[in-house]
Design a protein around this ligand. Sequence first.
Ligand code: AMP
Length: 188
Amino acid sequence: MTRLLLIGMPGAGKGTQAERLSQGFGIPAISTGDIFRNNVKNETELGKQAKAYMDRGEYVPDSLTNALVRDRLSHEDAKNGFLLDGYPRTADQVAELDDILASTGKKLDAVVNITANTDEVVKRLLNRAKEQGRADDTEDVIRRRLEVYEEQTAPLIEIYESRGLVVTVDGLGEVAEVTQRITDALSL
Ligand code: AMP
């Protein structure tokens, strides 16, 4: 398993699982959210543009996001595999990733769909807000992020299902337990 995507609603545990799977599989975890946050922190031009969207719980425009991922996937460490956490999130991003992979003759191995329920993720995210103080973890913004996820990202699961790539894993439970479920599901 070398080329993986993680899909799931905000707070489903994608970031946490991405770190663990990245170590287990020896492939880089690439989180577009983390890259945007670093750019915001360093006050880069990209960061300034992205921040306005992130603070409202909206998606950063595809043009910016796609260019960032295209560049990141061209780095040496992604040549033998990668785990994308939080990308693609729109139909346009799916098309971009298809194009990037086609141009390098590579294919995805699996799309891991981590499920969770809304009440649980709102609770987790409000908790994270207390611990990490993320600007987009306020209750209003969390609700908007969940709406945007349902509208724009949830439909992508069907696209990848039609390609036979999706493994669905329950994201509720202990962190290690969820990692085990994912690795079990991937080795079937
Ligand atoms: P995350 O850490 O994955 O929850 O991402 C935090 C925020 O970064 C999101 O709410 C979006 O504003 C932005 N973002 C991250 N990934 C993407 C993406 N693939 N497309 C558009 N915006 C994104």
